[in-house]
Design a protein around this ligand. Sequence first.
Ligand SMILES: NC(=O)c1ccc[n+]([C@@H]2O[C@H](COP(=O)([O-])OP(=O)(O)OC[C@H]3O[C@@H](n4cnc5c(N)ncnc54)[C@H](O)[C@@H]3O)[C@@H](O)[C@H]2O)c1
Length: 636
Amino acid sequence: MQPGLQNEAMKVAILAGGQGTRMGSLTKQIPKPMVDIGGRPILCHVIKHYVDYGFRDFVIALGHLGSCIREYFEGPDAIETGCRIQLVDTGSETATGGRIKRLASALGDEPFMLTWGDGLADVDLDELLAFHRTHGRLATVTAVQPPSRFGHLHLQDERVVSFAEKPQRGGVWINGAFFVLEPEVFDYIADDSTPFERQPMERLAADQQLMAYRHPGFWQCMDTVSEWEGLKRLWSLGQAPWVTTPSSVRQDDALLTTTSPASNALAAKRRVLPRQERVLVTGHDGYVGHILVPMLLEAGYDVCGLDSLLYKDCLFCPTQCEVPNIQKDIRDVTVGDLRGFDAVIHLAGLSNDPLGDLDSQLTFQINYQATIDLAVAAKAAGVNRFLQASTCSIYGASDDNWLTESSAFHPVTPYGVAKARVEPELLELADDQFSPTLLRFATAYGVSPRLRGDLVVNNLVGYAMTTGKILLKSDGQAWRPLVHVEDMSRALLATLQAPRQRVHCEAYNVGSTSENYSVRQIAEQIGMALPEAKIAFADNAESDRRNYRVNCDKFARVLPEGRPRWSLQRGIQELIAAYRETGLTLQMLESTQVQRLAKIRSLLDVGALSPKLRWKTAHNSQLYVDRVALRTQRAA
Ligand SMILES: NC(=O)c1ccc[n+]([C@@H]2O[C@H](COP(=O)([O-])OP(=O)(O)OC[C@H]3O[C@@H](n4cnc5c(N)ncnc54)[C@H](O)[C@@H]3O)[C@@H](O)[C@H]2O)c1
């Protein structure tokens, strides 16, 4: 009998219930086995590997977000696998051993195969099974050598004889989680809380009942986003080693190559895109980026960051901004860096007037010239959408009348001038394949892991709490539109999700028309929330030329789903609570941790950055950052 025909009768158990916490916010929406590789959940790749060896009878242990897997295989539009698939709920907190034990009645009294729903390999399953049958013990584990995290140097005395960059074989053998087990193994598992890899495997080994089948070939688990990225890369290059096709196979490609209505229905329900759209976020490591990126991940986008990481060590509170990053200056980006992305959200740059005033030529280079170069490169790379983080400061020195998107620009600072210059040139690049959208953001406020203490509301609340004074540095008469950082991110998401024709070549003021305040009114609102704090004026306070009162109705009308939800009043309460929780002090408020200008100055002072704001030694940027952090800590 061909091995494939014997295999048809054997059951395959797959554990698919874990929490997948190391995958970040992605696995809060979908269970890890449903994470997509090449248009199919990784679980389908695992099943397909077994199907290629003739296995047809699967028992899948569900847990965390198990309903998502159930819907995929049993929903009204379930995928046609040609296999028998039993789904067994094994609890969301159960350990691996507990899950296996809970499958006992579905698996019956025969030997069975066991694997995990988040690892891929090119293990020869016929050979594995044949090996198990030769030794007559209770368990066979597949031993694999994980890919090394580092390149290997082979040394003879001090001479490097050979070098291998991150070889697949790291030297040690580990549990690769492709098992063959006899039913007696259930007796080795105590209860739900037993991890299979602990007492059961230890006792099986001690009882000489555990044998290892050595697999020297490809093996990769998917525990982290970067491992996921690696697997997707292999798939997209057509080099997926886990796609095996031995002679005993019946071809059944429904699992990997056809699109089923089920995946579409599921995608719509979980808001996972059928093919994940790839978005590059420049400046993703900043104040806005740390709120935007988790939002994009949650909406199902495949996100990559690009940032020179100027504020890498400036963390205010825990972050969920965990995505692959191209550490690069936007002045150095090439067409090659941008290939394969569907959209670019451009946040990177010098982000306020004081930074822009440091060196106006440099501000034009980064905020204007590099932005246009980036857009030209994006267009050449086939990127369809380009979302520009513009600003209402382009309206600059205006009067007290309402400003709309068609009002004249009167920027008064290098920052404002550079942002204003970008806009018409960016729109000139538009065509059928390239859609730029200009989002003119109001002044942001609110809590972010990369908090900016230099933004007016964040700053005034901080001073009020640490000094008892709401300290105005101007006469407070100038108008400012305000927007919460979360609403800013929601506006970017809504723009990205909108049909092209609604946002193509459009400019939007982003904020709420009702959320325009004079700086004095902002201070009064803070005074109401913190009655013990008194409004005061700095010694040199004079009138501020930057004065703009902005109408934001167009955005709310065209993209109602992205309409702001926050009010200044609620934002002040949020800040007060966060500052109390972190024990904000005046020293912290004025430190490099939250003040962009102070941070850049300190990096210049210690020689980490050149006057052109480039890391002096690209590879040592982290070292410099650490050194600055140390120094700041010591000073504190
Ligand atoms: N926060 C606001 O109130 C506000 C309002 C209107 C517009 N904007 C715009 O939104 C964008 C994001 O603002 P933010 O508040 O998150 O700023 P931020 O300063 O917190 O973040 C900017 C990010 O860009 C990176 N960066 C700076 N120069 C770079 C370069 N040359 N190459 C690569 N990366 C570089 C930094 O490392 C940082 O991570 C900016 O373009 C800003 O002008 C912000």
